[in-house]
Design a protein around this ligand. Structure first.
Ligand code: FPP
Length: 253
């Protein structure tokens, strides 16, 4: 109650206000960018930026859950990020073993279900195990799906789905003339999730960086100059409020 009154006095949006001001996106996808530049701004090593960025995940996941978002997909590591210096890749790979033990109780308290999209193949065991444990422990939760895109690349995802389709046709499980958009949607990594309604990218960059190319076909985009570690609930709520004022036409009138 005290917190709510403080927020109202400071003219800050509350989760309740956002929920009541229009349709809340079912699926929000975020490209969490700008950790390195955030660190530079404060004269800190890049790792400090990633660490502060990791801590921000809980705040935004809880805010998403409080306004009734069903799925929040966070781009945490792309298939291209392996090109970064070895020490930085190692640091990023070690984040799950800190994040999940630290935040699991909060995730459970909010009935959040953890998931992952991306290839597990190249991930070291020390990264994969805490993720898999969190997935297992939260599997029964019915709240927000917190979907981490880790070692994820959309072209790879589409390519793999295409191979599956080709195999199904070659083995007479699928007829060429029956291929439609669902044929692809059912074979990509988000097969059981709705497409994102809203894509957010932080740090002022205006590109997709191989993220959910198929799924974002009709999503609304929202960009902010803020670096990911500075992206707070208020900015998140502003993005949702702007989404609520957009007219989605899906190519129609
Ligand atoms: C992009 O910023 C950010 C990343 C490549 C890493 C994002 C990961 C997190 C925020 C933590 C995820 C948490 C878990 C638990 C997996 P950048 O380094 O490209 O920033 P720059 O463009 O300013 O250099």
């Amino acid at each position: 109650m005290k917190q709510l009154l403080r927020r109202l006095r400071q003219n800050k949006l509350t989760a309740e206000q956002v929920r009541q001001s229009g349709k809340v996106p079912s699926h929000i996808a975020i490209i969490m960018d700008g950790n390195g530049r955030w660190a530079k701004k404060y004269g800190l090593p890049r790792a400090a930026g990633h660490h502060t960025g990791m801590k921000n995940v809980r705040k935004i996941a809880v805010a998403a859950s409080e306004i009734g978002v069903k799925v929040l997909t966070l781009y945490a590591f792309s298939t291209e990020n392996w090109k970064r210096p070895k020490e930085e890749v190692e640091f990023l790979m070690k984040l799950p073993q800190e994040f999940f033990p630290l935040e699991i109780q909060e995730l459970l308290d909010h009935h959040i279900q953890v998931r992952m999209i991306g290839s597990k193949e190249r991930l070291p065991a020390y990264a994969l195990e805490p993720i898999e444990e969190a997935i297992e422990r939260t599997a029964g939760n019915q709240g927000l799906i917190l979907n981490f895109a880790i070692n994820y690349g959309s072209r790879m995802e589409i390519m793999e789905a295409t191979k599956q389709i080709a195999r199904d046709v070659a083995d007479n499980r699928l007829r060429l003339e029956d291929i439609d958009e669902c044929t692809m949607s059912e074979r990509i990594l988000t097969a059981d999730l709705p497409d994102p309604d809203l894509l957010i990218r932080t740090s002022g960059e205006l590109r997709l960086s191989n993220f959910m190319l198929w799924q974002l076909a009709y999503s609304e985009f929202w960009f902010t100059q803020a670096f990911w570690p500075d992206f707070d609930e208020q900015l998140f709520f502003s993005a949702v409020r702007e989404y609520q004022n957009r007219k989605r036409r899906y190519g129609g009138l």
